[in-house]
Each structure stands twice: as C-alpha cells, then as structure tokens.
Design a binder for this molecule. Structure first.
Ligand code: GLC
Ligand code: MN
Length: 258
C-alpha cells in the first residue's frame, strides 16, 4: 500500500492486555462517533464491520473484543511466525480471526458502525438511502481530516474541487466543527496547545487553528522537534523501544483520561 506508517498500528495488539476490563470496543483515532453505541458491548469477540475494499475481511478500525493475556500472547506468536499480509494490524487480525467471514453473522457489525468516509461518493445512492443512520464514520486512507485546512468562518474545508472528498465534505466539516468547538478549547485550557490567536481577523484565526491541529499534542518529550518526530512516524520510523514505546504512550493516555 506504500504506507510504511501503518506498521505502527501493530501497537493495537496491546489492547488485549487491558485485562482490568472484561470486554472492550477498540476504535481507531481516525473514527468519529455520531451517536451512542453502547449496544456494541452486547456483541462478542471478535465483532467488526466489513472492510469496504474487501468485504470478506473485517475492517480493524472498530471492533469488539475481550482482553486476555492468553489471546495477546497467541497474537504475538502468530505475528512472529506468520507476519501480516498487509504489513499491519488488519491483515494479522483477519488471519487470526479467520472464521469471521463465514461463521457467525452476529459478529458482523452493520456497516453504519464503521462507515468509510469514502463510501459517501463510492456508493452515493446507498449513502443517500441509509447514510442518515450512520453511527461511526471512519476516515480511512492516508489523508486524515487534520491534514486539511479548515475555514472556521465559512465552516468548510478548503481544497481542490477535483478531490471527491472535497465534493462530499459533510463528514470532514463535521470533524473540524467538532474539533474547533469541543476539543480545541480543552487542549488550550490544559496548555496542550497554545491559544489560537488573540484578536485579529478570522482568516488569521483559521490559519492558526489549522496549523495547530497539524502539529498537535505529541506524547512525552523528545530531543528531536515534534515536527521531525511526526515526520519519522509517518515514514514508519517510530522509536518503538525509546520515547515512542507503548509504556510511554500509555502513560500519556492515562494522564489525559485522569
Ligand atoms: C485499514 C484499517 C486500519 C488498519 C490498517 C492497517 O486501514 O482501517 O484500522 O490499521 O488497515 O491494517
Ligand atoms: Mn483508521
């Protein structure tokens, strides 16, 4: 897929270690929840929605599972022996939970629990018919919402009109609206990002906001700049054994959650 940055998604396997919980719903950081989805906890491991690119595989951006050290160890051993056909977590998990496609329909989550944002234009009639029921949107692909520039004055994404994501920007705009209204003020309040601007016109505010979002919070502290560190991550060169170790990431998440 020419996306070496996806290798870092194997850290996802650590979720099986969260044995203080009996059942969990894993969600990628590029998903956006639109309504309450507590009912997912009524499902069993491993429940997930089909991948839009290969519907006999599940998409690993949203799934229900049971933390278990036994499963965790099996997954690691499996990864070591067999690797992953897509170089990342989804290939590995689909080979490990290989009966998903054929065995138990109750483990097939409806697509509205992991609706690929590209489905808006790849199957527009279905989106028009069923899109209003969407519960979780997943911004899969290499360009994420935070890679776009947002104009908070017009409440819209700026971009090339040939880009289908710009032709159907409803979810992207929703992500940005939620980010600027509900998330950014909290990040500022906790000093994670600096105030966007003081005074000035809206265009400046917008630039500042979109800039901040791009260089947003990076866990723990590096001797390299956060921009350089982000570039390395995106090239698949995270410092797994050092500052980017799972322990450090977990510490940072725990701090936020507290
Ligand atoms: C797909 C999934 C994502 C996963 C990646 C790599 O993009 O949506 O969750 O990390 O594949 O397997
Ligand atoms: Mn994703």
């Amino acid at each position: 897929m020419k996306r070496p940055e996806l290798g870092v998604t194997l850290t996802k396997l650590h979720c099986w270690e969260l044995t203080q919980f009996s059942k969990c719903v894993f969600m990628d950081a590029d998903t956006m929840v639109l309504s309450n989805i507590d009912e997912l906890f009524e499902r069993e491991e491993l429940s997930a929605a089909p991948d839009p690119g290969w519907p006999d595989c599940f998409n690993s951006g949203v799934f229900v599972y049971r933390p278990s050290i036994e499963t965790y160890n099996q997954l690691l051993q499996f990864a070591t022996e067999k690797g992953s056909f897509d170089g990342a977590d989804q290939g590995l998990l689909n080979t490990f939970f290989s009966s998903w496609a054929t065995t138990d329909m109750s483990k097939h989550l409806p697509f509205i629990y992991n609706l690929s944002s590209t489905s808006v234009y790849s199957y527009l009639p279905a989106f028009k018919a069923f899109g209003a029921n969407t519960k979780v949107v997943h911004f899969l692909g290499s360009t994420k919402p935070w890679n776009y520039t947002y104009d908070s004055r017009t409440k819209s994404i700026k971009g090339n009109v040939d880009d289908p994501k710009i032709v159907h920007p409803e979810f992207l705009n929703m992500w940005w609206d939620t980010y600027t209204v509900n998330v950014l003020p909290l990040l500022e309040q906790h000093g994670i990002v600096q105030e966007a601007t003081t005074g000035g016109n809206m265009a400046e505010v917008t630039e500042a906001v979109s800039h901040i979002s791009v260089s947003a919070p990076s866990p723990v502290l590096p001797t390299i700049s956060s921009e350089e560190r982000k570039e390395r991550w995106e090239q698949g060169q995270a410092d797994y054994m050092g500052v980017d170790s799972f322990d450090n990431i977990k510490k940072k998440l725990d701090t936020y959650l507290q």
